[in-house]
Design a binder for this molecule. Structure first.
Ligand SMILES: CCCCCCCCCCC/C=C/C(=O)SCCNC(=O)CCNC(=O)[C@H](O)C(C)(C)COP(=O)(O)OP(=O)(O)OC[C@H]1O[C@@H](n2cnc3c(N)ncnc32)[C@H](O)[C@@H]1OP(=O)(O)O
Ligand SMILES: NC(=O)C1=CN([C@@H]2O[C@H](COP(=O)(O)OP(=O)(O)OC[C@H]3O[C@@H](n4cnc5c(N)ncnc54)[C@H](OP(=O)(O)O)[C@@H]3O)[C@@H](O)[C@H]2O)C=CC1
Length: 284
């Protein structure tokens, strides 16, 4: 059973049904636990059943595990049908599944580039389109489109992350997809936003990339630490809650100011011996 939320009133998501991709690990698992703690039913998907079942064991009976590769159209259709058959509705889709490998651009093959854009851009589109057409656009009891929310994880810094040309391109595509659809699908009551995540110390982040880069990562964040998965989870919960109802077409960057500064923090020439930012003296 999920622990009570440290931030939100219990029950704020009571009765909501949320479909979340990549719920078997890291940010997706943290978000699932928070959403369940707030009263939502959360259906999670991923390619491997074992990590999904671990999340279900932590979350309890309001969470269900569904194997689905979000890159495969038929699997996505079957997933959304399954979730609707089980819960009868979907209120929010969280497109969290994603990832990439780190490699110099000139070494990325066409297959490698496609692998990453298929996962992050095409997979997000397939999930978004399937949920919108099957759950959000069809009429509810009042004869009007049911509406719903889509929250998609993207990547900060926005000005490019060296070694990740495929993912940088794909996540920019996702952000603009959310912006564009927020206009087109406003007439159906669908609200779409992106969460541009900076560096978060999830298990995969800490182990997948070269050790020296990971060790330096927190130092490149102006607030001097990595994000904590629960901080991501709270933002997802807020957007899913009534507090998020007037957000649509936004990109919410959660990165400790990493997006605003591309180099080490603080840059040596901008600080005094004590490490404080330099200032100019007043005139006169
Ligand atoms: C400067 C600041 C320092 C900061 C610290 C450094 C890191 C910055 C991190 C930035 C923020 C982002 C963080 C995160 O996202 S953390 C979470 C990451 N999680 C994941 O990536 C999980 C999902 N990822 C995957 O499943 C895989 O990585 C992949 C996206 C590749 C998909 O896997 P799949 O099984 O479908 O693919 P394959 O392994 O079969 O590979 C297919 C082809 O892709 C090419 N490829 C794959 N790996 C590599 C590699 N390491 N190098 C080069 N090319 C690669 C290749 O063409 C594969 O085909 P072939 O096998 O036939 O060659
Ligand atoms: N941690 C970080 O610093 C940052 C993370 N992000 C993004 O946030 C998201 C979560 O990251 P994090 O928790 O750290 O990483 P993880 O690797 O732990 O999570 C990725 C999840 O996505 C699932 N997944 C991967 N490919 C597919 C697929 N084709 N179909 C369905 N599910 C899939 C994985 O499960 P399975 O392998 O079983 O399919 C896994 O549970 C990702 O999109 C990531 O790129 C963005 C910026 C920074």
């Amino acid at each position: 059973m999920s622990a009570p939320s440290r931030i939100f009133a219990p029950g704020v998501l009571e009765g909501q049904v949320i479909l979340l991709s990549g719920g078997g690990s890291g940010l997706g698992r943290a978000a699932t636990l928070e959403l369940v703690a707030l009263g939502a039913h959360v259906a999670i998907c991923g390619r491997r059943i074992e990590p999904l079942e671990e999340t279900v064991a932590l979350a309890g009976a309001r969470c269900s595990a569904h194997v689905c590769d979000i890159r495969e159209e038929q699997q996505v259709d079957a997933l959304v049908d399954d979730v609707l058959a089980r819960y009868g509705r979907i209120d929010t889709l969280v497109n969290n599944a994603g990832g990439q490998f780190l490699a110099p651009a000139e070494e990325i093959t066409p297959k490698g580039f496609r692998t990453v854009t298929r996962l992050n851009l095409d997979g997000t589109w397939l999930m978004t389109h399937a949920v919108a057409t099957k759950a959000f656009i069809p009429a509810g009891d009042d004869g009007r489109p049911r509406g719903g929310k889509v929250i998609s994880t993207t990547l900060s810094p926005h000005n490019g992350l060296a070694g990740m040309v495929h993912s940088s391109a794909a996540r920019a595509g996702v952000e603009n997809m959310m912006r564009e659809l927020s206009i087109e699908w406003a007439r159906f009551g669908i609200k779409l936003n992106a969460i541009a995540a900076g560096q978060f110390g999830t298990d995969v982040f800490m182990t997948k990339y070269p050790r020296e880069m990971v060790a330096a990562a927190a130092g490149q964040v102006p607030i001097q630490r990595l994000g904590r998965p629960e901080e991501f989870a709270w933002l997802v919960a807020y957007l899913a809650s009534p507090g998020g109802d007037f957000f649509s077409g936004s990109v919410l960057t959660i990165d400790g100011a990493r997006d605003n500064h591309a180099g080490p923090w603080p840059p040596a020439v901008h600080v005094d011996d004590a490490g404080d930012p330099l200032r100019e003296s007043r005139r006169g």
